[in-house]
Write a protein that binds this ligand. Structure first.
Ligand SMILES: CC(C)(COP(=O)(O)OP(=O)(O)OC[C@H]1O[C@@H](n2cnc3c(N)ncnc32)[C@H](O)[C@@H]1OP(=O)(O)O)[C@@H](O)C(=O)NCCC(=O)NCCS
Length: 320
């Protein structure tokens, strides 16, 4: 098979939201500062038992319904998350069981590439499909980032939200994923991550720490470079891209990437204002919204991109 095509998409956002006005009561910040520096006004928060696994299951069910295929044809499940409910078993095996796909015993595993996780997971599933190992694959991203946010740290607590997105990929002769471009550079690893560790050798809670301004500059630089790489390696003019579906970390980072593509912002699928940064879930959430509201149409050329902790980043060029 030549391509992995997107057969269906789905997403889920937990009902509870936290607005900038709510955060003004927690830390020394303002709606104006947050909007001007990030473009975020509100974010969804997972609570209680509704966490990464449950959100992943709902998004996956919605994607399967949308794809309208026999779910038993799914030959692979990949879940991208850096905020799993437990270290193991994988979220993917839980999703497999909840969907009733345990009877098929298809392979299921998680991928951790932080905010770039969906692009990494998509690439893995694409390889399985194109080499003929499986006909259909389910790719899910689900994150409960707010569970590891330090609500006293105004530089980070304003940024993140929770949610999940999913796609069903299937083999197709005519169109689908044209190319994936992935990169990582561990020299930047200390700029963004969590304090503490899971094994208790550091007696600190697991909380996000970020050198935001430095991350911002590297993100703009690397995303600008990857956009040029995608155009060059795929022999494309900027005008060929119909939609930019970016990771939603900061509106100013997204605007910089759009400018690189000479793209007006109405050709960018934006969710940041109401969702904030949902890490690996942000790209499939934006994709699902753009498809369901009718902006993204069959035949359109999409550029998906994401950048995050690691640092790891990537882009996917897709003929939808
Ligand atoms: C976090 C981020 C919004 C901060 O914006 P910034 O313009 O870089 O701001 P800075 O960190 O330079 O801080 C500027 C000032 O605002 C202050 N500030 C930080 N957070 C604030 C907040 N929520 N409200 C008010 N002031 C705040 C800082 O303390 C600093 O004050 P000072 O000048 O008195 O020292 C921005 O750096 C960013 O989006 N970074 C990248 C995020 C990202 O891409 N993550 C990776 C992908 S997951």
């Amino acid at each position: 098979m030549k391509y992995s095509r997107i057969f269906g998409t789905g997403s889920y956002l937990p009902p509870k939201t936290t607005t900038n006005a709510d955060l003004e009561k927690l830390v020394d910040t303002s709606d104006q500062w947050i909007m001007e520096r990030t473009g975020i006004r509100s974010r969804h928060i997972s609570e209680g038992l509704l966490a990464t696994t449950d959100m992943a299951i709902i998004a996956a069910e919605r994607a399967l319904t949308d794809a309208a295929i026999d779910k038993n044809a799914i030959g692979l499940i990949v879940v991208a998350t850096t905020t799993p409910d437990v270290i193991f078993p994988s979220t993917a095996t839980r999703v497999q069981h909840a969907l009733g796909l345990d009877t098929t015993e298809c392979p299921a595993f998680d991928v951790a590439a932080a905010c770039a996780g969906f692009i990494y997971a998509l690439d893995i599933a694409d390889q399985y499909i194109r080499n003929g190992s499986v006909k259909y694959a389910l790719v899910v991203s689900s994150e409960s980032v707010t569970r590891v946010v330090d609500w006293q740290d105004r530089a980070t607590c304003i940024l993140f939200g929770d949610g999940a997105g999913a796609v069903v990929l299937g083999a197709d002769e005519k169109a689908g994923i044209c190319a994936n471009h992935l990169h990582a550079n561990g020299a930047y690893a200390d700029m963004l991550g969590v304090t503490g560790n899971m094994y208790g050798s550091k007696q600190e809670p697991i909380r996000i720490k970020m050198r935001g301004n430095e991350v911002f500059k590297i993100a703009v630089n690397k995303l600008g470079a990857i956009v040029e790489e995608v155009l060059l390696k795929n022999n494309l003019d900027k005008s060929a891209i119909d939609w930019l579906v970016p990771h939603q970390a900061n509106l100013r980072i997204i605007s910089a990437t759009a400018r690189k593509l000479n793209m007006s912002m109405d050709k960018v699928i934006l969710t940041i204002e109401d969702q904030g940064n949902t890490s690996a879930a942000s790209v499939p959430l934006a994709l699902d919204i753009g498809i369901r509201d009718g902006r993204i149409k069959r035949g359109d050329l999409l550029l998906l991109e994401a950048f995050g902790a690691g640092m790891a980043w990537g882009a996917s060029l897709i003929r939808y």
